[in-house]
Design a protein around this ligand. Structure first.
Ligand SMILES: [Zn+2]
Length: 229
């Protein structure tokens, strides 16, 4: 009995063998082609790695920065601009826009705590927003290299349109004596520092406050070189 069972099982196995041989190659081809597609997709994704822009609002932490019109650079930027910039940053598809923790000061974090800019990936672009003081009007872009980049030019256009340019600089200023810029400069991290206008100037202040949504949207578009619908 046992032998008979074994034989019939063997027969069954032999009968099934051609079927399994016939199906196996097809299945494996399918599996192989699927995995090839997946690999191709992964490669495409890797190629399109999004560029990161890190936005820093004012001096950070407990440093109020410039004062004027009953407020400070820190308060004004965080109350009026941070929410607007964040709102439009979310609409950007081709790059990533993140914000530095306002409770932290990037310079202190870097030089004292040895974190700060050291936590930033070297490929990140840092955009710092500031308000000027004490006397003058209009804004300008403090640039990373001797000549403004296309991004610097787009940002200067935003200043010109909504606030006006500071005639002392005609749009741009190349400086190597600013701590907040130098913590990035020394690490070869790309940056721009935007002096949005004078906090002490009534007209600049009024326009910055009133048009904050439009200005924030225009800055995010200028930074990322992407149109927000
Ligand atoms: Zn400042």
């Amino acid at each position: 009995m046992r032998l008979k069972w074994k034989l019939s099982l063997l027969t069954a196995a032999l009968l099934l063998l051609p079927i399994s041989l016939a199906t196996t190659p097809e299945t494996s081809v399918k599996a192989a082609s699927t995995s090839t597609t997946k690999t191709t997709k992964k490669v495409t994704k890797k190629k399109k790695a999004k560029h990161t822009y890190l936005i820093v609002m004012g001096h950070g932490a407990g440093d109020p920065g410039a004062r004027g019109n009953g407020t400070s650079e820190a308060k004004f930027l965080r109350k009026y601009y941070l929410p607007q910039l964040k709102k439009y940053a979310k609409k950007i598809k081709n790059s990533k826009v993140v914000f530095y923790n306002s409770k932290h000061d990037i310079v202190r974090d870097t030089l004292v705590h040895h974190k700060g800019s050291y936590k930033i990936n070297k490929k990140t672009t840092v955009i710092m927003f500031h308000l000027d003081a004490p006397y003058g009007r209009g804004g300008h872009v403090i640039i990373h290299k001797k000549h403004p980049t296309a991004r610097d030019k787009r940002m200067a256009k935003v200043i010109k349109k909504y606030v006006g340019l500071n005639h002392a600089y005609n749009g741009y200023s190349y400086r190597t004596d600013l701590k907040n810029c130098n913590v990035l400069r020394h690490r070869h991290i790309d940056y721009s520092l935007v002096e949005m206008g004078f906090i002490t100037n009534k007209s600049n202040f009024k326009h910055l406050k009133k048009n904050r949504a439009k200005i924030a949207k225009a800055y995010i578009e200028a930074i990322t070189n992407e149109n927000i619908k």
